[in-house]
Design a protein around this ligand. Structure first.
Ligand code: GLU
Length: 435
């Protein structure tokens, strides 16, 4: 990415929120470039496009906790509400040592786009704490989560902003958040977070939903380019909630998962890795490191001979450096923001189809929406109902985006942005400016 602030289509510098470093925009800079690519297709709504280039609200909080050894540690936390035009904020909370404001801003914006792309009635939000949760005990993690929730308490709520799991957060963390918010409000507020345990108003199918959506969108995209899932060779980066479930579903559909990379190691088996055994192994050890398979380097992982590549870890993984080496015909973005705009261009030139994050990984938030609806109505659906509705929404959204891509001769990412940004800005325009 260039070090200068990106220019918009009129060649003007973006007016940046003053709390951003214009010389290093990080992931937010990537998002801004994606907005610039969609602007020419927004027609008269382009008048409102600046709305998308600045978050509505960004909260930075200090999260102090007492560690088990008696010392006090301070962590920096964020909750960013990018856009609330179409409904309450919605998006996960990430615990990771590399979390920055720029990253959380970009992730919140991608949530706005994602929620509009699949047409769930939410705006976009995201939260995070800069912490390596592996360094904390269970009790420390609980104190951290509860203090963070208290700090952002004033801007979240079932009809204001609804957090969910993301990288390194799970149903237990959501249970603590739900309890802390409920204690502060004096009522049991199940709808304040999604991705909760089933016993607290969680939804069947939520845990697998993101990986399932990756599989549904991947299958649709593969069919459109004449690629058979049965026998297809798949490489997956990330073996968490998204990557492992996607790998399992592709494996069950007859694909061969030939390579998997997690935060510790890259494993390879051209005959196909035993995905269920790997999941079992990872559930005990927290990594695939040590699982019986050939170890390859990270560079080799990106060059693996495969048909489908699924980045399902962090942003900025497919870059101008490794994109020329990728062998896949199809990239399905399980992670948020895994491909830089430069890499997008290289993949397009090389005729490699990218199913973008804002549709490919929208299964999670779609079932979050089901969870929220079930909590409001206190009426719970069967797993079959949930999966059927999920598949229908994802297929319809993907097909509509595919059509827009064909009609405008643009990438699926730009097509998804056209559909989503039009919906957001139509809502913005109809609501009008206040006061
Ligand atoms: N963290 C997930 C995402 O990036 C899910 C968000 C949600 O369910 O609100 O889409």
């Amino acid at each position: 990415m260039s070090s200068a602030a990106p220019t918009n289509i009129a060649g003007q510098k973006h007016a940046l929120p003053s709390y951003l470093n214009a010389d290093n925009l990080g992931p937010w800079g990537i998002y801004l470039q994606q907005v610039d690519r969609v602007t020419p297709y927004l027609g008269s709504l382009a008048r409102w496009v600046e709305t998308l280039k600045r978050p509505k609200r960004a909260m930075i909080v200090d999260v102090p906790i007492e560690l088990d050894n008696g010392t006090i540690a301070h962590y920096e936390g964020y909750r960013v509400q990018h856009n609330l035009s179409r409904g309450p904020g919605k998006g996960g909370v990430r615990f990771h040592q590399d979390v920055t404001l720029s990253e959380v801003m970009a992730l919140s914006a991608w949530m706005s786009v994602k929620n509009a792309a699949v047409n769930v009635p939410y705006g976009g939000a995201k939260g995070g704490i800069r912490v390596d949760p592996r360094t904390l005990s269970h009790a420390e993690l609980e104190r951290l989560t509860r203090r963070y929730t208290s700090e952002i308490n004033i801007i979240i709520g079932p009809s204001k902003d609804i957090p969910a799991p993301d990288v390194n957060t799970n149903a237990q963390v959501m249970a603590w958040m739900m309890d802390t918010y409920s204690m502060n409000s004096g009522s049991t507020a199940t709808g304040v977070v999604t991705g909760k345990p089933i016993s607290l108003g969680g939804s069947l199918g939520r845990h697998e939903a993101t990986g399932r959506g990756v599989f549904v969108v991947g299958s649709e995209a593969a069919r459109n380019i004449g690629l058979e899932i049965k026998g297809a060779r798949v490489a997956v980066q990330g073996f968490g909630n998204v990557g492992a479930v996607a790998a399992k579903l592709f494996h069950e559909a007859g694909a061969k998962v030939v390579a998997v990379q997690d935060h510790r190691v890259s494993l390879y088996n051209p005959a196909g890795l035993d995905v269920p055994a790997m999941m079992e192994y990872a559930s005990h050890s927290g990594t695939i490191d040590g699982f019986q398979a050939e170890v390859i380097s990270s560079e080799q992982f990106w060059q693996v001979d495969c048909d489908i590549l699924i980045p399902a870890a962090l942003e900025g993984q497919i870059t101008a450096k490794n994109a020329p080496q990728i062998q896949a015909k199809l990239v399905i973005e399980g992670a948020n923001g895994p491909t830089t705009p430069e890499a997008d261009d290289i993949l397009r030139e090389r005729n490699i189809l990218v199913a973008p994050d804002v549709i490919a990984n929208a299964g999670g938030v779609t079932v979050s929406y089901f969870e929220w609806v079930q909590d409001f109505s206190s009426f719970f659906w069967t797993e079959e109902e949930i999966n059927d509705r999920l598949v229908r929404i994802m297929q319809e959204a993907f097909r509509a985006i595919w059509q827009v891509a064909q009609d405008n001769k643009v990438t699926l990412r730009t097509a998804a942005f056209i559909v989503a940004c039009s919906r957001i800005l139509q809502a913005r325009e109809m609501r009008g400016l206040y006061p």
